[in-house]
Design a protein around this ligand. Structure first.
Ligand code: GZL
Length: 335
């Protein structure tokens, strides 16, 4: 009789322990005191690979300040997805109020996003995108329309070179690609490859991996120029790779920009690239706006007020050439 009673007591205490454990796992729903408690945001940032990325980080740090009621816990992943996944798991353990991920690449997010969802912590995907089937695992994806960026670049190139090349004497394109699998790389590449397919008077002679960095952009362009100098245009998927390529072209004695041998198309349109554009060194700057902070904050406020949020939110961007730039505009540029 005693054994069965003891058995019942131990089963009951185990059951109660599980209840307590489960209730502590999910996001605490006790109302926060907006006066006292800061809204804690765990932010997994790609890295510090480019001027664009530094501006993006600055925008987030300037937006989510203690004075405005936030605590921004940012972790730099040094462009490694495994570092991001580890950071998100730490944010879950710390039971932050919301997680923001700027994903290095699109694949491999299902598990950790499921863990955050099960912990009751909302996630915002920022800048690039994630390729998962269950879109309920994140609140919204806010960033750039990268395919539109690429399409604007190829439309400019078509107009710029119309009637000047043929299948026998094609436009020779050198393509510098960013981090493989990043949305910015995938869609800027897609736009060029689709246009190339449609043009028998275009030829992509090489697609070189530049990882969105200046050093890699210089390295791969310099190596390529050792055996290939028949280039009419460089389509470079970000400014920092472009700056590296420009250094390699200088060393090879190849002219570029207005009146040069090589036309240069670059993405991001940071201040330094815009200055090169105004000075006639870069032909086209396709803007990729890094100032996500205010837009992300607006979406978080809507979420906290229980208002609906679109699954995809694009940030405003433009395209610049020497014709529509002024020194005053560049001087006022914040990135
Ligand atoms: C674009 C962003 C890209 C930039 C690069 O939104 O993901 O990553 O174009 C940056 O400069 O490294």
């Amino acid at each position: 009789m005693r054994r069965s009673f003891e058995k019942k007591v131990s089963l009951l205490s185990a059951f109660l322990a599980v209840i307590v454990l489960l209730s502590s796992c999910s996001k605490s729903t006790s109302p926060k005191d907006p006066e006292k408690d800061l809204f804690v945001i765990g932010f997994s940032q790609v890295g510090s690979e480019s001027d664009w990325r530094l501006a993006n980080t600055r925008s987030m740090e300037e937006t989510f300040t203690n004075a405005k009621g936030y605590e921004l816990v940012m972790e730099n992943a040094r462009q490694q997805q495994e570092n991001q996944i580890a950071a998100v798991r730490r944010f879950i353990l710390e039971n932050v109020d919301l997680i923001i991920i700027a994903p290095t690449t699109e694949e491999g997010w299902e598990n950790v996003l499921t863990e955050a969802h099960e912990a009751g912590i909302p996630v915002i995907i920022m800048d690039r995108s994630v390729n998962i089937w269950n879109k309920d695992l994140y609140l919204t994806n806010v960033g750039s329309d990268f395919l539109n960026q690429g399409n604007q670049a190829v439309a400019w190139l078509e107009k710029e070179t119309e009637g000047q090349f043929s299948a026998e004497d094609p436009l020779h394109i050198l393509h510098l690609q960013g981090t493989y699998g990043a949305t910015a790389q995938l869609l800027r590449t897609k736009a060029l490859e689709v246009a190339d397919e449609a043009h028998d008077d275009w030829q992509i002679d090489a697609q070189l991996y530049g990882d969105f960095t200046e050093a890699k952009g210089y390295e791969v362009t310099s190596e390529y120029l050792n055996s290939n100098q028949d280039i009419d245009v460089i389509y470079s998927e970000n400014d920092n790779m472009t700056f590296g390529a420009m250094r390699a072209l200088d060393e090879a004695g190849i002219t570029y920009g207005e009146g040069g041998q090589v036309k240069i198309i670059t993405f991001d349109a940071t201040k330094k690239a815009l200055q090169y554009c105004l000075d006639g060194k870069i032909d086209l700057c396709v803007e990729c706006n890094p100032l996500h902070g205010p837009l992300v904050e607006e979406l978080i406020k809507k979420y906290r007020a229980g208002e609906p949020i679109d699954k995809i939110v694009y940030i405003e961007e433009a395209v610049y050439t020497r014709q529509n730039l002024t020194q005053k505009f560049i001087d006022l540029r914040t990135y």
